[in-house]
Design a protein around this ligand. Structure first.
Ligand SMILES: Cc1cc2nc3c(=O)[nH]c(=O)nc-3n(C[C@H](O)[C@H](O)[C@H](O)COP(=O)(O)OP(=O)(O)OC[C@H]3O[C@@H](n4cnc5c(N)ncnc54)[C@H](O)[C@@H]3O)c2cc1C
Length: 359
């Protein structure tokens, strides 16, 4: 096995908060994803335990998520979402109970739900652990320039940016938005959804125990504590082409985060980062064989850290020609589902919910 990547871990993964939350990232158009997310979340503890250094080296914590809203409209939206998707398994709490469990929450909340089975991981630490599991000679730190194709479009290798060719019986293209440049996905199916995200540090002040996801007068903000005192505050969703951090995004995130947890204003500011999420029209990933010798795995949008081990397992099974893992409906992920003849109004062309509750 060889991994071809000029900068492993420097894409969307570098920005990601690392919530492993089947409920938290849900939007109204994405109910089909809940079962997939729950299957992925259930397998995570074994996955991180199998890496060098185990779960601790990945910053993994089994920690509940609190979903909170600020005004009445936030409350209605959260209630509606949780009630509409029982598989989400979040339980109503009174605001008083939520503040007793998480004393750093601000006073002006309208509702609270707890998702007790959630987890979180530090994606940068996870990448370090994954690299530790890989033989150093397995990594080629170069970009793939094109897929080498033979008769009938069958793929038999990759040409790298330095002109070297690597022959391979199977190529798995998992380079997020770059998959279209290699002709591995049809043009126009993947789109970038940029996210601004902040990293703060408690610097000796108290830290959150829960992951907190909130709606603040219709705007989503989340706060994800790290074991080392860090706090990740995210994230905007910008459907533009700008890779730079947005000043408006930073200011809105800080303002909203401080409303949910006033102590944020006392924390140290460490970093603002922006990266693009690879999104598909129905917000489900593209995973499957698209030609002999070619498997595609991309389009993970807001849940790629959660889905990574499940998608890796699925790719392995596709290569070995064995059935998908239990709980995974491979048809939902079919990379060919957006071909014009396959479009089914109401499913494939579901509009993006721009006011997604907890995105
Ligand atoms: C702000 C933000 C917060 C997020 N929070 C969460 C979260 O809490 N939980 C969660 O589950 N998900 C989260 N996500 C989503 C998650 O980060 C992505 O879905 C996931 O990281 C995508 O992984 P990927 O490996 O497909 O893409 P990327 O991480 O973007 O990696 C793509 C890789 O491909 C390489 N590459 C590109 N072109 C080529 C080429 N031609 N040849 C070789 N290599 C190439 C790049 O160098 C890069 O390493 C978040 C995303 C953002 C932006």
């Amino acid at each position: 096995m060889r991994l071809i990547d000029p900068r492993p871990g420097d894409g969307a993964t570098y920005a990601a908060a690392g919530m492993l939350s089947p409920a938290g990232e849900l939007q109204h158009t994405e109910r089909a994803a809940v079962a997939l997310h729950r299957t992925a979340a259930a397998a995570y503890p074994d996955f991180v335990a199998s890496l060098p250094g185990g779960a601790a080296a990945c910053g993994y914590e089994a920690a509940p998520t609190l979903l909170v809203g600020v005004d009445d409209a936030d409350r209605r939206r959260i209630v509606e979402l949780v009630d509409a998707a029982p598989a989400v398994q979040a339980e109503r709490r009174s605001v008083r109970e939520a503040r007793a469990a998480e004393p750093l929450l601000g006073p002006g909340l309208s509702c609270a739900y707890a998702a007790d089975g959630d987890h979180r991981v530090d994606p940068r630490a996870l990448v370090r652990a994954l690299r530790g599991a890989l033989a150093p000679s397995a990594l080629r730190p170069l970009a793939a320039r094109r897929l080498l194709r033979g008769r009938g479009g069958a793929v038999h290798g990759v040409e790298l940016s330095d002109g070297t060719a690597i022959a391979a019986a199977e190529v798995v293209v998992a380079n997020a938005l770059g998959a279209a440049d290699l002709g591995a996905t049809p043009p126009g199916v993947l789109r970038p959804v940029h996210g601004d995200i902040l990293r703060l540090h408690a610097a000796g002040l108290p830290r959150l125990a829960h992951t907190v996801r909130s709606l603040v007068r219709g705007r989503a903000v989340y706060l994800v504590p790290r074991v080392d005192g860090g706090l990740v505050v995210g994230a905007t969703e910008r459907e533009d082409a700008d890779d730079a951090v947005s000043a408006g995004g930073v200011s809105a995130l800080l303002r909203d985060a401080a409303e949910v947890m006033p102590l944020v204003d006392e924390y140290r500011f460490v970093e603002a980062t922006a990266r693009a999420r690879p999104a598909t029209p129905d917000h489900l990933p593209l995973v499957g064989r698209t030609a002999p010798g070619l498997v595609v795995a991309t389009g993970t949008h807001r849940n790629g850290v959660l889905l990574a081990p499940l998608i890796a397992d699925l790719c392995r099974r596709i290569v070995d020609d064995v059935a998908p893992p239990r709980g995974v409906e491979a048809d939902l992920l079919d990379p060919g589902r957006f071909a014009p003849t396959r479009l089914q109004p109401g499913r494939d062309a579901a509009p993006c919910d721009r006011e997604g509750v907890l995105a």
